[in-house]
Design a protein around this ligand. Structure first.
Ligand SMILES: Nc1ncnc2c1ncn2[C@@H]1O[C@H](COP(=O)(O)OP(=O)(O)OP(=O)(O)O)[C@@H](O)[C@H]1O
Length: 207
């Protein structure tokens, strides 16, 4: 269970929120909504311990997220930013790279498993041989989502997963996140998309 309790954050001298609290139960898809600049991305970064909170606490399974525990916590998380910085030139390298990291030792990479995830996400197999720069923003994010699916971490944080997508693909992404949640992952997604939020198990709107 992820618990955010009475937190405040200060970014660049501006107070983003004061006394923000919510709980996300395991295996649920939770949506963070709110106007542009209200602090949604900063909140996701705080959940990873990359931003400091001013008061309150964040806990995961009853353990406090602190500057010293954050690195360990991140081993159990996947994060997909709105515009992922992609370190590889080729899609085939991009998808296999995370499996070479020490943090993901023991997680198998297989092309056939990947293609199974791609089918759920509406991605064509021919993308595998393409250059990353040739993918659209929506395709990039879905490719990263498929990798998160294979990594199968307990907590998935994703920023605006449907903002670059048409309605059909948005539905596939929501269905995919729900599939990951039904398998046991907890998903926290930032979104402006009302239809997406309606398909989540819970939401918070930051004012
Ligand atoms: N590194 C930083 N230093 C200073 N201020 C920052 C930093 N990152 C974000 N901010 C400020 O914090 C506020 C919240 O930014 P954030 O990106 O979290 O908002 P958001 O709700 O995700 O916005 P959007 O929906 O437009 O992506 C903004 O006013 C932004 O300018």
């Amino acid at each position: 269970m992820l618990e955010v309790k009475s937190i405040s954050m200060d970014m660049g001298g501006r107070q983003l929120f004061d006394g923000l609290s919510f709980v996300v139960e395991d295996g649920k898809v939770f949506c963070i909504m709110g106007g542009s600049g209200c602090g949604k991305t900063s909140l996701l970064r705080a959940l990873m311990g990359f931003e400091t909170i001013g008061s309150g606490y964040i806990s995961i399974d009853g353990e406090l997220l602190t500057p010293s525990s954050a690195e360990q916590f991140r081993r159990y998380m996947s994060y997909i930013p709105q515009e992922p910085a992609l370190p590889s030139e080729w899609v085939r390298d991009l998808v296999s790279l995370p499996f070479e990291l020490a943090a993901n030792r023991g997680k198998p990479f297989s092309k056939s498993l990947l293609f199974g995830e791609w089918e759920r996400l509406g991605l064509e197999r021919e993308l595998y041989g393409r250059k990353v720069a040739e993918l659209s923003g929506g395709q990039r994010q879905r490719v990263m989502l498929s990798v998160s699916g294979l990594l199968n971490k307990p907590l998935l944080l994703v920023d605006e997963p449907t903002s670059a997508l048409d309605r059909h693909s948005s539905g596939l992404v929501l269905g995919y996140l729900r599939h990951l949640a039904s398998r046991g992952s907890t998903v926290v997604a930032v979104s402006h998309d009302e239809e997406f939020a309606a398909g989540c198990d819970g939401r918070i709107v930051i004012s």
